[in-house]
Design a protein around this ligand. Structure first.
Ligand SMILES: NC(=O)c1ccc[n+]([C@@H]2O[C@H](COP(=O)([O-])OP(=O)(O)OC[C@H]3O[C@@H](n4cnc5c(N)ncnc54)[C@H](OP(=O)(O)O)[C@@H]3O)[C@@H](O)[C@H]2O)c1
Length: 325
């Protein structure tokens, strides 16, 4: 397979985050990029990252996706942008809606405009299952962002191509449930929102693989969705702290009982492949290119959700994943 990153200048917005660090270490170890640019705001996170990742091809740029001028400068001579910067914690976005919109929606618009103005070859944006039938502001901002990246292909029919990767909860990422359950061990009590709650589950390595492959395969306009296993939140609690009492505390504002990765209504635009779904844009002005090897979903498709999944993680598998996170 052609390696799209080889010899290229790659910029990662949010390059100091959980995804960014893993992705950049993969690029440098396996893909021989010409240069990798980390683009994020906090100098301390960059300082800490530089201590671990001091490869000569990595550049560290302080910048905010809300700042158009800075993006314009950073995108000069870049070939590929992977857009990972986001406000991503559900309660943070609920409580600070204007800030979430500025980063996740206006920031996405800035990335799109600067990519087109700088003739970037391809832009891949990271999204989340919370963007599918969203019920919280985080999901709603990521849905807006998805729509904007897909529509951006119409603004540059012969130039930059834009696609999206949408996946579920990342095992052990910053602010996720594993570090939280680990903290609960000392108290002997794990708060569980609802005993029936389910989630999709992906490791950082799987997420990075999927982004690498999707960036290779994209023609512009796709939402790439991996087929992932589901887990029961009570099984995760049993895997991390079996000795703890599970206390039911109720579903939090903005939380769903189950997550949706492909809504039933998007079935008509979606093809199923062996290891992924690909949703093609409903509104597009140029030729839609369907990646070969897929089967169009039937009209009676009921949605791809964490509760109707045919792959489930056992307590033992969850235990191993949590230990390696
Ligand atoms: N973690 C998950 O479970 C999960 C699941 C599905 C999808 N995703 C998506 O995957 C992406 C990466 O997630 P992650 O887990 O790596 O998040 P993360 O660990 O919180 O990292 C976020 C990164 O974005 C940067 N950032 C935040 N606001 C910024 C701004 N205004 N301008 C520039 N950089 C900014 C942060 O650095 P500074 O604070 O220094 O700027 C950090 O480098 C996000 O788009 C998220 O929505 C995550």
């Amino acid at each position: 397979m052609k390696d799209i990153f080889k010899g290229k200048v790659v910029l990662v917005t949010g390059g100091t985050g959980s995804f960014g660090k893993k992705f950049i270490s993969r690029l440098v170890d396996k893909h021989e990029p010409k240069k990798v640019i980390v683009f994020s705001r906090d100098e301390m996170k960059q300082y800490e990252m530089r201590k671990k990742f001091n490869h000569p091809c990595i550049r560290y740029l302080i910048g905010d996706v809300r700042d158009v001028e800075r993006l314009h400068r950073a995108f000069h001579n870049v070939d590929i942008v992977v857009h990972a910067a986001a406000i991503k914690i559900v309660p943070t976005a609920e409580y600070n809606p204007f800030e979430a919109i500025k980063t996740n929606v206006i920031g996405a618009e800035n990335v799109i405009n600067m990519a087109i103005d700088n003739n970037i070859d391809r832009v891949l944006a990271l999204s989340t299952d919370k963007a599918a039938n969203p019920i919280n502001l985080y999901g709603a901002t990521k849905l807006c962002s998805e729509k904007m990246f897909l529509a951006a292909n119409n603004y540059s029919p012969e130039g930059t191509i834009f696609s999206v990767v949408r996946y579920g909860n990342v095992v052990g990422s910053r602010g996720s449930v594993i570090p939280f359950f680990n903290e609960c061990k000392a108290k002997g009590v794990v708060p569980i929102t609802h005993e029936g709650m389910t989630r999709f589950w992906i490791t950082l390595d799987q997420g990075v693989d999927f982004v690498v492959n999707s960036t290779n395969d994209m023609n512009g306009g796709e939402i790439f969705i991996p087929k992932l296993p589901s887990m029961k939140v009570t099984d995760l609690a049993n895997a991390i702290c079996p000795e703890c009492k599970q206390e039911i505390v109720g579903i939090r504002p903005g939380e769903k009982l189950h997550e949706t990765m492909v809504p039933a209504d998007d079935g008509i635009y979606t093809y199923e492949y062996e290891e992924r779904y690909v949703t093609y844009p409903d509104v597009i002005c140029h030729e839609r290119k369907i990646i070969p090897g897929g089967k169009k979903l039937e009209l009676d498709f009921d949605g791809y959700r964490s509760d109707n999944n045919d792959q489930w993680l056992s307590v033992d598998e969850l235990k191993k994943m949590a230990e390696n996170a």
